[in-house]
Design a protein around this ligand. Structure first.
Ligand code: PFF
Length: 455
């Protein structure tokens, strides 16, 4: 996005695919997906995730991109410009990045700390107890405090948003992203060659029915939207920048393939290794930070590979965090008529304030649980955005298309620039299956979460 709305557009299919995949591939794929997969039963979670990606993810991305391209507007305006009564859905969607960006920067800070540890030759000290001390703010040094790294990371993000050099970053990330992919493959091969990794591999790939619960579905749906940057208005904006002659179906297919591929690979790198290392169990948000050091430790030139790896993860996280923060700055500029610098400062202060709760939630605020026992601030913000708001926004978007404007609104636009091979599937999904299933998943997932009803 830019000051005057539509001052740039993507050059063609490749431009759209790279930019959208750049926003999609981030901490969601590398940090969040593997720990959810471990938590929710490995193969069972993977199976459900992939089915949902092919059906729900694909349908919703087509819907959002097409709404954007047809209206030429960002999510705040797009719904209202079609039907005034639905304007609030755009606002609801825009609320999601505001909840995500603060805790996204907290994790960005953890990644930055790991990069610095490895790059300065301290990699041998990085282990599970180091991480636990670090995340709980228990280590004595100033630069061993997660708050400091959270602020450093947030300053990097805000600086890019203020200066507006995101196009430069975008260009760099086109080189770094493929590099990340290569390193991911090398590390995965290494992790899988560790003793005991094959047991882990079968846990990761073979679904077991008894591992499936309503919670697995809710977790998978939330992760899907998070990872593909859906149900938060972002892809509507990307669609608005898409040229009229670009094939929507093919582009969306490429983006979802890249995003899901990277997530599956990251899971393959991390989940079997936990079992090989002999420390399985519900590690939650810290999984990546506890498992990967052991893989790197066993690897030739491990410290160097680790430094490079975390540097690339920083870039993936930065590009995503920048587009999340830019969305919020854009709302203030567009709706509150603020200038870029004051708007960015306001968003920065907001991010620090809310992020501090998440950052301190494992240490000084460790006794504060929200909603239920064991739910830290970070878990809470993550739950509200991914498991509640996103399924609601997604279901509303489907209902809007299915019954307010009619699927033809979308299919005509898709067909104006290419064939729409999955047209029939799209119509059935958008009108019936997605909204009904989303409401069911949301309700049963919530009952499961609060231990009211288990399936
Ligand atoms: N999809 C990103 C990830 O998986 O990390 C998260 C995200 C980034 C969502 C940027 C939205 C966005 F605009």
């Amino acid at each position: 996005m830019s000051e005057n709305g539509k001052s740039f557009g993507f050059t063609g299919k490749l431009g759209f695919v790279l930019a959208t995949a750049g926003s999609a591939v981030g901490l969601g794929n590398l940090w969040r997906f593997p720990y959810l997969a471990e938590q929710y039963g490995g193969g069972a979670f993977i199976l459900i995730y992939v089915i949902l990606a092919i059906t729900f993810g694909f349908t919703l991305m087509i819907a959002e991109v097409t709404i954007g391209r047809k209206t030429g507007k960002s999510c705040l305006e797009a719904f209202g410009s079609i039907d005034k009564k639905w304007k609030w859905v755009g606002w609801l969607a825009a609320l999601v990045p505001a909840i995500i960006v603060p805790y996204y920067c907290v994790i960005g800070g953890w990644v930055t700390k790991y990069f610095v540890e490895y790059a300065t030759g301290n990699g041998s000290e990085v282990n599970t107890s180091f991480f636990l001390g670090f995340m709980t703010c228990d280590l004595p040094g100033l630069f061993d405090n997660p708050v400091v790294w959270f602020i450093i990371f947030t300053i990097m993000v805000a600086a890019v948003v203020i200066v507006g050099v995101d196009k430069g970053i975008e260009r760099v990330s086109k080189i770094l992203m493929p590099l990340l992919l290569i390193l991911l493959i090398i590390t995965t091969i290494f992790a899988l060659s560790m003793d005991g990794a094959m047991d882990g591999l079968s846990y990761y790939l073979v679904p077991k029915v008894e591992d499936i619960s309503a919670g697995t579905f809710l977790g998978a749906v939330g992760q899907l939207f998070y990872s593909m940057s859906l149900a938060m208005g972002i892809t509507i904006t990307y669609g608005a920048y898409m040229k009229k002659d670009v094939d929507i179906e093919k582009s969306v297919r490429s983006v979802s393939l890249i995003d899901t591929g990277v997530a599956l690979l990251a899971g393959l790198m991390i989940v079997p290794a936990v079992i090989a290392i002999g420390e399985p169990g519900n590690k939650g948000v810290g999984l990546m930070f506890m498992t990967l050091p052991k893989v790197f430790e066993a690897m030739p030139a491990g410290e160097f590979v680790a430094a490079l790896f975390f540097l690339l993860v920083i870039f993936a996280a930065l590009t995503s965090a920048i587009s999340l923060m830019e969305t919020l700055v854009y709302v203030l500029m567009d709706k509150a008529k603020m200038q870029r610098i004051p708007a960015s400062i306001l968003v920065f202060v907001f991010t620090i304030a809310l992020g501090l709760l998440s950052c301190l939630g494992f240490g000084p605020l460790g006794d504060v649980f929200l909603l239920k026992e064991g739910m830290t601030f970070l878990d809470f913000f993550d739950f509200i955005s991914n498991s509640i708001l996103m399924p609601i926004v997604a279901a509303l978007t489907c209902l809007f298309i299915g019954f307010v404007v009619g699927p033809k609104f979308i299919t005509d636009e898709v067909e104006s620039s290419g064939s729409f091979k999955s047209k029939k599937m799209f119509i059935v999904l958008v009108k019936w299956i997605c909204p009904i299933a989303l409401v069911l998943i949301l309700l049963t997932g919530l009952l499961d979460f609060f231990d009211i009803f288990k399936i």
